[in-house]
Design a protein around this ligand. Sequence first.
Ligand code: FAD
Length: 526
Amino acid sequence: MDRTFDYVIVGGGTAGCVLANRLSVDPAVTVALLEAGPPDSDPAIRIPAMVAKAIGNPRNGWGYKSAPQAHADGRMLPVPRGRVLGGCSSINGMVYFRGHPREYDEWGVPGWRYADLLPYFRKLEHYAAGTGAHRNQGGPVSVIDIPKPNPLIKRFVDAAALLGFARCNDFAGPEPEGFGPRQGSIRDGLRESGVTAYLNPVRHRPNLHILTDHPVNKVLFEGKRAIGVEAAPGGQTQRVMARREVILCGGAYGSPQLLLLSGVGDAAQLAQHNIPLVHELPAVGRNLQDHPAASVSVRTTNTESYGLSWRTVPRAVGIALRYLINRSGPLASNVFEANGFVRSQPGLDRPDLQIIFMPAHRNANGHWLPIGHGYGIIFVALRPFSRGSVTLASADPRQAPVIDFGFLSDSRDMDVLVQGFELARRLLAAAPFAQLESNEVSPGTAVQSRADIEAHIRRVLVTVHHPSATCRIGDVVDAQLRVLGLQGLRVVDASVIPTVIAGNSNIPVTAIAERAADLITGALHD
Ligand SMILES: Cc1cc2nc3c(=O)[nH]c(=O)nc-3n(C[C@H](O)[C@H](O)[C@H](O)COP(=O)(O)OP(=O)(O)OC[C@H]3O[C@@H](n4cnc5c(N)ncnc54)[C@H](O)[C@@H]3O)c2cc1C
């Protein structure tokens, strides 16, 4: 028998959790949240420092790989993506960042300027350190300054100061530029995800139905109106109908894939897969934008970094006990505790390069190693010019979509990364680090020429997981996030972002979903 709700939300990730909470405030309105993955029961999800384990557990993710990247030695990059309640907010690095205010202003979309979003950035947060014009207390998402960062963090920030960079103490403030400590979405020593912030407090509402292990195959239409979805719990198809709206929150890969599977997209692509056309919208899945990054890694005999060695066994035992007893100490930290936002060239009006400090040992391929000591820097091209796409590999919803980042297809992105590489080396050679006995393991000091640096970047290039813009406002949805040309269907997630935010995307997506909730309920009229 069909089940019917007022709102059917597809995808229980960052945005889906926000909407499930906000739309079910009215007890007269019924809401179903359909998530393809299981509940977020993996203990590694909870403990902040176990983020690498949470990402690595196949039960928590889709297991995607990118299409071969022509400008990164043809490699297929790992694409971790949450397939679990909470979505990526259950496996992400918990780094708390809003993006530069001018990002939003440059979208040029009425209602989505920074001034429009600031009330939602404030509404969503509970910032332990205080409140003010830009910060707030009392919201669902707990954000903290990491209480006792790794000692190498001070060396990193001091090194930046010696090189003449400004310090930034609050990257969620109006001028996120310079070097400083990062804040984390962490509550009482545990990960703050969409589930803990938005779902757990309201699970008891009788009008909210959280349906995990419910992958959705397609949206159902009557003419141009979305009337529900076809889901496949346990492999059995069933219809879940929507009286008011279907809201896609499948993320920057999931939402365009679902639209295409439902017959909304580029007519030629749909014909290739024998999917009947419901509505032609060629931009669905085009324009994928994400942040490419590479790294420099150093090994050291100094034991300040996170990581295990014989000499640090007693410290490790102490760390475990401290966490068990009062959920504090390094296990309550998200590891990547400091970064810098800088301009790669003098003429720019804001940063386009992120310099992330890694107080842990990585091997020559950039993989984090829990045994041994070391540190390094990840540098990220924040405002990439390259564009990619999400397309269908098959009409079978169980097949992964083709994710082609097109990384470095615009050579300006390589220029930014080369600047990042050189700055990383200068920072790691500055006095605070020079006191440590260390040697560069990746790429190694033999790499000096521009050609060799570029070759290193291509060899270790990764995504730092902020895919956006595959159903962007203007091309696929309108300013109220309604799919163009159709009724009863919205997209609310990272895919609607017109230009990828120059920074980490979880909090921007949360704010977008907060504002979308007001648009949907009619609390806000644009
Ligand atoms: C490894 C990693 C680390 C990150 N680190 C950070 C960080 O430290 N700070 C930060 O700000 N951002 C970080 N991000 C990015 C941030 O988490 C994402 O931008 C954000 O979570 C995106 O939210 P979303 O709602 O768009 O999508 P998601 O959170 O991905 O949610 C989409 C949900 O939809 C579900 N879904 C998809 N298709 C279907 C379907 N057909 N049927 C049913 N359900 C479906 C998925 O399973 C998923 O649960 C990270 C991301 C990753 C992957």
